[in-house]
Write a protein that binds this ligand. Structure first.
Ligand code: HEC
Length: 396
């Protein structure tokens, strides 16, 4: 029953996280687009009132007319919409999933004794520290002298996140390293909204209401953080889906792949933001393409070591699968935390085993991603036996 409840929480937590994430990133993409498509106002009277730019658009059967004020509008509107709950609820639902899957289930998903032997509290401690320190260090960088120079700041962020990717890959399982890296970037994005952008906007609105000129520093700081958020978006989204693809994270160079794809994601965003303004240069896109191509080459599975020796009997293979895989991959899993076969892969019967042969080979011999966290203690000899059996034609 506990496993079933965990799985239900996981499913609905993910659903919520996806919905809130779409609402947040969707609004964020829209506002970047809006800002970059502003045209001078058509009516002089609007310009006189302080409108710096406007956009006409059509959507869902209606015409929309958005105007951006450079400073204070002539009078404060009664209803002002704040975009913040999209970000906060994405963070809360993401934290919920992180706690449920990677902290509560640390033995399954986060700890990989082949990377580093960790106790559960140590793994959770490192996870929490990644989020907290990630924000503190990034925030410090923004507030330091480096933060005043966009180029240096960009470089500092790249160095910082690269180090994080490397260190995490040295302490956690590949998938946990990826997720914690993505969660750290996501936390920074939300903390930017919570600690900098929204408080700045509150001060600005407060000043306007009090009839004072708002201090431009709030706008400048908010803009810097919001630009960073724009470039973090694609890397974070990549990381969030990557944990379904063992080829991306189960690799000696997984940290390099993570850095390369993060950089590529940021460059793709650079291209689209520039394109909004009609200033796109293909170079950022080409460079992103090179980085992605390099990642694909690095992630490619290495052919398993050639095997020779005596033929392997199907009975031997079945014995291995029963002792190492069916604790989870069964109609009735016995492994704690599993209410149903993960990814729907069942290995109970001969037919299932034979049809899954390529997947069994791929996951347990090539990628060595299975058994998950090697929880059932599969040995190298056993992997070699599967290898031989598969190469010889995977016959019953
Ligand atoms: C402790 C539980 C556990 C054990 C033991 C285990 N697996 Fe898995 N397996 C999982 C989970 C969880 C997933 C889903 C992974 C994901 O979502 O990325 C999975 C996914 C798979 C997949 C689908 C991969 C994909 O990306 O489509 C295959 C194939 C697989 N396992 C084969 C095996 C084989 C073969 C063994 C035994 C050598 C094994 N598993 C042992 C938990 C386990």
């Amino acid at each position: 029953m506990e496993s079933y409840i965990l799985e239900i929480l996981n499913l609905f937590g993910r659903w919520l996280h996806m919905i809130t994430g779409i609402a947040w990133i969707g609004a964020s993409f829209y506002f970047v687009w809006l800002d970059n498509h502003l045209l001078p106002p058509l009516k002089q009277s609007d310009a006189d009132q302080g409108v710096g730019g406007e956009v006409w658009s059509v959507h869902g059967g209606g015409m929309y007319h958005a105007q951006k004020y450079l400073g204070a509008p002539p009078r404060m509107p009664e209803h002002l919409h704040w975009f913040k709950w999209e970000a906060y609820s994405t963070f809360l639902s993401g934290l919920f999933l992180l706690i449920l899957i990677y902290w509560y289930g640390a033995e399954l998903y986060t700890i990989d004794p082949q990377v580093l032997v960790l106790s559960k509290p140590a793994a959770i401690g490192i996870g929490i520290a990644t989020l907290v320190l990630g924000w503190l260090i990034y925030d410090l960088l923004c507030r330091s002298a480096i933060g005043n120079n966009d180029k240096w700041m960009g470089l500092a962020i790249l160095v910082f996140i690269s180090l994080t990717a490397f260190v995490l890959s040295e302490v956690f399982s590949g998938r946990a390293a990826f997720i914690h890296y993505g969660a750290m970037l996501g936390t920074i994005m939300v903390a930017n909204v919570f600690f900098v952008i929204i408080p700045g906007q509150k001060k600005m609105v407060g000043a306007i209401k009090a009839g004072k000129t708002p201090d431009p520093i709030h706008g400048i700081r908010g803009k810097q953080r919001s630009v960073h958020n724009t470039y973090f978006t694609l890397p974070v989204l990549f990381v969030m889906i990557s944990n379904h693809y063992a080829l991306s994270y189960n690799n000696t160079y997984n940290w390099l792949i993570l850095i390369a794809i993060s950089l590529a994601g940021a460059l793709i965003r650079v291209y689209f933001v520039a394109r909004h303004k009609g200033q796109a240069s293909p170079f950022s896109l080409i460079f992103a393409g090179i980085l992605l191509a390099a990642s694909i080459v690095v992630a490619a599975p290495k052919p398993a070591a050639p095997v020779s020796g005596e033929a392997v009997s199907f009975a031997e293979v079945k014995q291995i699968v029963v002792s190492r895989c069916t604790a989870c991959h069964s109609q009735t899993p016995t492994q704690a935390g599993f209410a149903s076969a993960p990814s729907g892969i069942l290995l109970d019967t001969d037919v299932q085993l034979l049809t899954q042969a390529p997947n069994i080979y791929q996951q347990s011999v090539v990628a060595k991603a299975m058994p998950l966290g090697n929880l059932t203690g599969m040995t190298d000899e056993e992997r070699t036996i599967i290898n031989r059996w598969f190469i010889a034609g995977a016959r019953p």
